[in-house]
Design a protein around this ligand. Structure first.
Ligand SMILES: Nc1ncnc2c1ncn2[C@@H]1O[C@H](COP(=O)(O)OP(=O)(O)OP(=O)(O)O)[C@@H](O)[C@H]1O
Length: 302
């Protein structure tokens, strides 16, 4: 039915918010089946889980697999973890899309100094707190959600230090309204994600590839638009996208709608070929190379 991604700085009230939302959803008239998936579900120690990149990747992998197994049209899964990397939130969004369910992000927006105080208080109470070095590193690497990104939208923002966290907090009320709203063909404000060929493909389940593909192809489109504006409608030849990448050679002026259409087709094709052919591009460089080759074939002079 839905996937809710909680995100925020370390010790910003995420678990409190997740619990509050889960209880409010269970209390709602719809008698919903709600489950919180968090680091504690796997009995993982927070300092060990974020001690180095390998441990952190493992934690994300374990959570992602659990979300993948759990999401369905009948339940609401709340992922309570830092979820601080936008590429990771994109992966979770892809899981929701593959399942054809609703998705939203609940962000605990707390100033770093306050989170630090709460972390200190935890330590003083003898509770498990983040070590200072790990805490600082996590704060530095936090990527604030941006509602303009599909994977950060809709975005509900809580301010735990200013307002506390209650069932009546505006963000909790708005999230519940979004998650429980009955949808019909006229509903425009609630988005049920639709699976695409790419998200159905098993080889594409490594959603990081999709993220790279999405971003890299968009960057290529941006370069073309910029180059075309400088060429004032003329052909663009030999436009470079960076070292070791083929150059763009486009024989005519191409509008944004056509470029978008080609990009969509390319992403679909890459998803389809990945079922039987070579794996999809797993890094930005190879994604760009494949897309430029495709565009030069479709729009070039050759
Ligand atoms: N609004 C608040 N007022 C006072 N203290 C709060 C508030 N929100 C959270 N805290 C305190 O902050 C600490 C962290 O809360 P919580 O476990 O919900 O955060 P978290 O973001 O899930 O932490 P972690 O990053 O470790 O998962 C708790 O000790 C809690 O008492």
């Amino acid at each position: 039915m839905a996937l809710v991604v909680i995100c925020g700085q370390p010790c910003s009230g995420k678990s409190t918010a997740a619990l509050c939302l889960a209880e409010a959803l269970k209390d709602s008239e719809s008698k919903l089946n709600v489950r919180v998936v968090n680091d504690a579900s796997f009995h993982l120690d927070r300092n060990q889980s974020y001690a180095n990149m390998t441990a952190e990747k493992n934690l994300r992998g374990v959570l992602r697999s659990e979300v993948d197994r759990s999401v369905s049209k009948d339940n609401i899964i709340i992922v309570d973890s830092l979820n601080s990397i936008k590429g990771y939130r994109y992966e979770l969004w892809c899981l929701a899309r593959a399942a054809g369910i609703r998705y939203c992000v609940l962000f605990c927006d707390v100033e770093e100094t306050q989170c630090q105080k709460w972390n200190e208080q935890r330590r003083e109470k003898g509770e498990a707190a983040y070590d200072n070095a790990i805490y600082d590193d996590l704060v530095r690497r936090f990527e604030t959600p941006d509602k303009r990104n599909r994977w950060d939208s809709p975005l509900f923002v809580l301010w735990p230090s200013r307002d506390g966290i209650h069932k009546s907090s505006a963000a909790i009320v708005d999230a519940i309204s979004y998650l429980t709203k009955k949808v019909d063909s006229k509903s425009r404000d609630v988005k049920i994600l639709q699976p695409t060929i790419a998200t159905q493909s098993t080889r594409f389940s490594e959603a990081n590839s999709l993220y790279e593909l999405d971003r890299a192809t968009q960057e290529v489109i941006n370069v073309i638009v910029e180059a075309q504006s400088q060429a004032i409608g003329g052909p663009i030849n030999g436009v470079s996208l960076g070292q070791d990448l083929p150059t763009l050679n486009i024989s005519r002026s191409v509008g944004l709608p056509e470029l978008r259409r080609l990009r969509r087709t390319f992403i679909k094709l890459t998803g389809q070929t990945s079922l039987s052919g070579p794996p999809p591009p797993s890094d930005a460089g190879s994604a760009k190379r494949m897309f430029v080759d495709y565009l030069n074939r479709e729009l070039g002079t050759a």
